[in-house]
Design a protein around this ligand. Structure first.
Ligand SMILES: Cc1cc2nc3c(=O)[nH]c(=O)nc-3n(C[C@H](O)[C@H](O)[C@H](O)COP(=O)(O)OP(=O)(O)OC[C@H]3O[C@@H](n4cnc5c(N)ncnc54)[C@H](O)[C@@H]3O)c2cc1C
Length: 472
């Protein structure tokens, strides 16, 4: 590996920033990360890590809800209630916040060990850079103002929850997803506005925790961006478990009236609850970064425009993660950041291919996807054969009391190469990996089918689906 003496300054310490810092340090660059709110970024402190920690508790509740079917009851031998289960949300949220803070400390220590300098403060590009390609980053920080010089700058400033004038969070009852961890009592009636991934995850988690949940969705169904069959299974499960899903219902305003929140819909109806979570999407943190003066082009929504190796329109300025709006996932932010550094520091680099990205919706059941989708096939963008195998026929699923979910595989008609897949079920996030390997490595359905799976296992359904795609 060639050593470098390049100076890299990274603005933003989330996965886009810190993963890039680790790669740049490994390649020998002198790296400084400027971060305003804590290493790990929103991913670790307010979004991904806290929500998945909350969902871990919700998952356990979902498992326990199925206990009776597997022969367990929460009674003593006389049949009296031995223990009734109740959610202590103050403890749950204290654990969530502690885990997130610890994770941030862990990442900070790792950066320190690798020789990355961390500066606490707000950074912005200072002008267009000089003729020799040196860029300047102005930092306003706890220890006063300073200017850092860099041979390359990575912008990884992330995004923030979108709010509306007519639906202003108050941090108590009208909440963004960043504010839910301050709750100390389980909401009496929760209204979740927005049925994208974030809205669906919170609605599903609180439902599992025993909360009365109404999900307000402006579309025909939940998760409009996901596989329609998968979304249908999820919506069935959620409504069967008591959630009210208001489809084609657009929120007009959210107001607070004492201990109540009122969500007014554009069709004149009003939904009343004790709390409301707003899941209205994200806006990029790209204001006040000096982008225009530095020659960095953004789109109409303010996202930084990048190519597949994370280059912006300005020489020596890269961008990664949510501020680019490419695919708003921690895994993608991290890969964009690494790609930027591999590219700048002359290491081998494979441009980002969104069709290789596995993603998961952490609802109960989970929905994991990779590669080309059913929509791509239906719209003729990809010619593929499709097999869908319900999990209800899987022996392990029967043993575990899993009734909902499926495995879906897409392969090219001529070559049999696997080009995509969907898994719906518990721990689908873990099950998508073999399909992701097949998609990334262009394996055929036959090759996937020939790999031994454990019997009995849910992953056996992946091999079985691949077998069904065999053509003679
Ligand atoms: C509720 C929720 C759950 C999610 N769950 C998942 C999941 O399970 N899996 C997944 O892959 N993705 C998940 N995501 C998406 C994931 O959190 C984001 O894609 C990820 O945080 C993007 O990383 P980033 O580095 O671009 O930005 P961030 O993580 O937002 O980090 C950016 C950092 O830059 C700092 N910053 C901003 N401006 C400046 C400045 N001028 N100077 C210095 N610092 C600055 C910010 O304070 C922040 O610390 C979730 C998102 C949400 C909202």
């Amino acid at each position: 590996m060639s050593e470098s003496t390049e100076r890299v300054v990274i603005i933003g310490g989330g996965p886009g920033g810190y993963e890039a810092a680790l790669v740049a340090a490994q390649l020998g660059a002198a790296v400084t990360v400027v971060d305003s709110d804590g290493i790990g970024g929103s991913a670790v402190l307010t979004d991904c890590v806290p929500s998945k920690t909350l969902i871990a508790t919700a998952e356990l509740m979902t498992d326990l809800a199925g206990a009776a079917e597997l022969g367990l009851s929460f009674t003593d031998h006389e049949g009296d209630d031995a223990q009734s289960l109740h959610v202590d949300l103050a403890r749950v949220n204290a654990r969530v916040q502690q885990l997130a803070a610890d994770q941030s400390v862990d990442i900070g220590r790792r950066l320190d060990r690798e020789g990355v300098k961390v500066v606490r403060g707000r950074g912005r590009l200072d002008g267009a850079g000089d003729a020799g390609g040196v860029r300047r980053v102005a930092v306003t920080g706890d220890d006063g103002d300073q200017t850092l010089e860099a041979d390359a700058v990575l912008i990884a400033t992330g995004a923030a929850p979108r709010t509306l004038e007519t639906a202003r969070p108050d941090g108590e009852r009208i909440l963004t997803w960043e504010q839910v961890y301050d709750l100390t009592e389980v909401p009496r009636k929760l209204i979740v506005v927005g049925s994208g991934v974030t809205g669906a995850e919170f609605a599903s988690a609180y439902l599992a925790l025993g909360v009365d949940v109404t999900l307000v969705s402006s579309r025909d169904r939940v998760l409009p961006g996901e596989d329609a069959d998968a979304a249908r299974v999820l919506e069935d499960v959620l409504t069967r478990n008591g959630m009210e899903v208001l489809s084609q219902s657009r929120m007009e305003s959210v107001t607070r009236d004492g201990d109540e929140v009122k969500v007014a819909l554009t069709d004149g109806r009003t939904v009343t609850g004790s709390h409301c979570i707003l899941a209205l999407g994200s806006v990029p943190n790209t204001g006040g970064l000096g982008l225009e003066e530095a020659g960095v082009v953004t789109d109409e929504a303010g996202f930084v425009k990048v190519d597949r190796v994370s280059r912006t329109s300005a020489r020596g300025v890269y961008a990664a993660g949510d501020c680019t709006g490419v695919l708003m996932l921690a895994s993608v932010a991290a890969m964009q950041g690494r790609i930027a550094m591999w590219h700048f520091l002359g290491d081998a680099v494979r441009p980002l291919d969104q069709k290789m990205v596995s993603s998961n919706v952490f609802t109960a059941p989970e929905i994991a996807t990779v590669g080309w989708s059913q929509k791509d096939v239906d719209e003729g963008d990809m010619q593929a054969e499709v097999v869908t195998l319900p999990l209800s026929g899987n022996a392990r699923a029967k043993m575990q009391g899993i009734h909902d979910g499926f495995v879906k595989l897409f392969c090219r008609p001529g070559t049999g190469i696997v080009v995509g897949g969907v898994v719906v079920g518990p721990r689908a996030s873990e099950l998508i990996h073999p399909i992701a390997i097949a998609v990334t490595e262009s394996l055929t359905a036959d090759q996937l089918a020939q790999v031994f799976t454990v019997y009995p296992s849910i992953s056996g359904s992946i091999a079985e689906a691949a077998r069904r795609l065999h053509r003679v």
